[in-house]
Design a protein around this ligand. Structure first.
Ligand code: BGC
Length: 358
């Protein structure tokens, strides 16, 4: 079986009958469905032509959000009365596979997944012309837009579920892109000025003095999630000078020569390994830049990380940034997640984008 086929099979096996995708079927903490992971997994399945699977995910996400409508109303009501919501008031970042809110403590106030689900949903509808799906999830789209409108400038946990007290350009880019996609699809649902304000704010606040995007406002280090600003979120184009500087720093600080991509230099989670999904992401950026030889090299590295039965891990631990932290995490949560569905999805995305180049 090729890695392409095992990726599709592992994702299908990890999709519950509800439509939710589990982040990892075996890892102690990842038995939930994240909107962020889920939307990427759905996009990977769309790239592989598995539209029914993606559709089931979006249907589940729409149904789940509507079921938690009262949370949105509570948050909006508090904001209207100038009361700062508690972290537990917000929508969570992950749900149980049945669409319930989990009972374990988690770093829940994150917004990027809410942008990603809108982005992915519109991409799916544009790929499939599935107007019936769009109509059926429209109430959930409207609810998401109402939720994000007063919140997009909040400090939140980032896409790595860290740094609650900061504002993160990759989160802003996800929100920009999701809201622009909805505007493109139905201008009555999102006014054009909303995504444009997000873009303007990001460009005003997120660029370091030497011209690259920063990990978060006030921290000039780079983070590999800044790749998303151009691909696919399109907050800037891939050849934008500010993005090019960011990319050069990511290549310098986070790409191990001949290896994979780290999240950020100070990463201590499982000692800070190379992330399969980010390595595929850099490959995707290279495809968009026409640097296909380098993209193929990264595809090759990504594929070489698969186990004998075709499973891709979250991260690879042979060249850790901070090895002294590895055991602490292993003792706490067990071995690194494998398979991680999001890693498989990014492999499918890169492999299909390279197939289009042939
Ligand atoms: C990552 C998140 C991801 C989650 C589930 C976390 O360790 O930082 O980005 O959504 O795992 O895969």
């Amino acid at each position: 079986m090729t890695l392409y086929d095992s990726s599709v099979a592992i994702i299908k096996a990890g999709q519950a009958s509800s439509g939710a995708y589990v982040a990892s079927p075996t890892f102690s903490q990842y038995g939930y469905s994240w909107l962020r992971d889920g939307a990427w997994i759905a996009y990977g399945m769309d790239c592989a032509g598995e539209h029914a699977s993606a559709r089931a995910f979006y249907t589940w996400a729409g149904r789940t959000l509507i079921a938690h409508r009262d949370r949105v109303e509570r948050v909006l009501d508090k904001l209207q009365r100038d009361i700062t919501p508690e972290d537990t008031d917000y929508l969570p970042t992950r749900f149980t596979l049945e669409g319930e809110i989990g009972t374990d403590d988690w770093w829940d106030f994150q917004l990027d997944g809410y942008g990603t689900w809108l982005w992915g949903l519109v991409a799916h509808v544009e790929m499939t012309n599935d107007h019936a799906l769009w109509e059926s999830v429209k109430p959930a789209v409207e609810l998401t837009v109402r939720y994000l409108t007063p919140l997009w400038q909040s400090s939140t946990y980032d896409c790595w579920e860290e740094h609650r007290e900061h504002i993160h350009p990759s989160t802003l880019a996800a929100l920009f892109s999701g809201l622009s996609a909805v505007h493109r699809r139905d201008p009555a649902l999102v006014p054009a000025h909303l995504p444009e304000s997000i873009r303007a704010f990001t460009l005003q606040t997120s660029i370091a003095p030497d011209g690259h995007f920063m990990k978060y406002l006030g921290n000039t280090a780079v983070d590999a999630s800044l790749l998303w600003l151009a691909v696919p979120y399109g907050l800037v184009s891939v050849d934008d000078a500010r993005f090019q500087r960011t990319l050069a720093l990511i290549e310098q600080d986070l790409l191990r020569p001949g290896g994979g991509v780290y999240r950020y230099a100070a990463d201590v989670y499982y000692g800070g390994g190379e992330w399969v999904l980010l390595t595929a992401w850099l490959g995707w950026v290279y495809v968009e830049l026409g640097r296909t030889t380098e993209a193929r090299k990264l595809l090759g590295w990504t594929a070489a990380q698969a186990t004998a039965d075709g499973a891709l891990p979250e991260q690879v631990s042979e060249h850790l940034l901070h090895p002294e932290y590895y055991t602490e995490w292993e003792n706490r949560w067990g071995t690194v997640a494998c398979p991680l569905l999001w890693s498989h999805a990014m492999y499918l995305i890169l492999a299909s984008s390279l197939k289009d180049q042939i």
